[in-house]
Design a protein around this ligand. Structure first.
Ligand code: HEC
Ligand code: HEC
Ligand code: HEC
Length: 207
């Protein structure tokens, strides 16, 4: 009998350990999402206030898990097991705003975010159209520089804008987002103009 109890107890201990494993693995959001995702939040009013109030019993602004309840419940390296999960997570992240802010205020913020993103996408399309032309006109060396600028615009500037809008971070929206997109676009135009002038000069010299 006693043997059985000891055995059972061991099983129970194992079960408890297994149940606790996710928590033990317990990496926090920012262990895996350092960089722009964390910083855009940290520089937002939510982030600034949350850090001031750290340790207080009642905190007024949300940290990562306060909005990303979906990801907090599925913290593995893969949060989204179904195709629809990412969409569901997005909807949840936005639905929570209303627990602290007035509906009209939230609607205005979300509409402004849509407009900001549309503006960013417009800049991306303009850049892509220019690079399309460059691909027809230029040699590989000239093109390489322009492709690099396009990659920065698409993968960095646009992502930082998206994070700025999602996390209400003015810094990421305006400085690292829109202003950086404008900068990359200008540099693409500049490089394209420069390459065209060089080509024209070579042509004249050859004639
Ligand atoms: C163990 C590492 C890890 C932890 C901890 C983690 N994530 Fe993730 N997260 C990932 C990976 C990897 C991806 C991309 C794969 C995927 O889509 O599931 C991802 C994707 C995401 C995305 C979608 C990003 C995109 O670009 O589409 C969000 C939002 C996100 N995580 C939020 C969170 C939040 C909030 C937490 C904390 C509650 C968290 N994550 C904890 C690894 C992690
Ligand atoms: C005020 C609510 C809120 C807080 C707090 C918050 N997020 Fe978000 N986050 C959002 C919303 C809304 C989106 C846009 C919808 C989406 O992509 O899930 C988003 C998007 C993201 C994305 C995807 C961006 C992309 O590339 O499309 C990542 C990654 C992310 N958040 C990580 C974090 C991390 C890490 C923290 C904490 C440091 C955090 N978030 C805090 C609301 C929040
Ligand atoms: C847990 C409560 C809470 C949640 C959830 C929350 N907020 Fe906030 N938010 C606050 C508080 C508190 C402040 C700081 C006081 C203020 O400025 O109104 C704030 C500030 C803001 C600001 C900055 C206002 C300014 O004056 O600069 C914006 C924008 C904002 N929230 C939008 C959102 C959006 C959009 C969501 C959902 C994605 C959200 N909040 C979710 C509590 C919350």
């Amino acid at each position: 009998m006693r043997e059985l109890v000891t055995k059972l107890r061991r099983h129970v201990l194992w079960l408890l350990l297994l149940a606790a494993l996710p928590a033990l693995a317990g990496k926090s959001c920012v262990d895996c999402h350092a960089g722009a995702a964390e910083r855009s939040w940290a520089l937002s009013k939510h982030g600034v206030i949350a850090r001031i109030e750290v340790g207080r019993e009642r905190r007024r602004t949300p940290d990562c898990g306060g909005c990303h309840g979906f990801e907090a419940k599925a913290p593995a390296p893969q949060h989204y097991l179904k195709k629809t999960s990412r969409m569901e997570a997005r909807e949840q992240a936005v639905a929570g705003c209303g627990t602290c802010h007035a509906p009209r205020y939230v609607a205005e913020q979300l509409a402004a975010a849509q407009r900001g993103l549309a503006l960013g996408e417009m800049k991306r399309r303009e850049a892509e159209a220019l690079v399309q032309l460059a691909r027809k006109e230029m040699n590989a060396t000239e093109l390489a520089q322009i492709e690099k600028l396009l990659a920065t615009l698409r993968d960095e500037n646009l992502r930082e804008l998206r994070l700025g809008l999602a996390h209400q971070s003015p810094d990421y929206q305006w400085w690292l987002g829109q202003a950086a997109l404008d900068g990359s676009l200008l540099r693409i135009k500049g490089a394209l103009g420069e390459a065209r002038r060089t080509q024209a000069r070579t042509r004249v010299a050859a004639e």
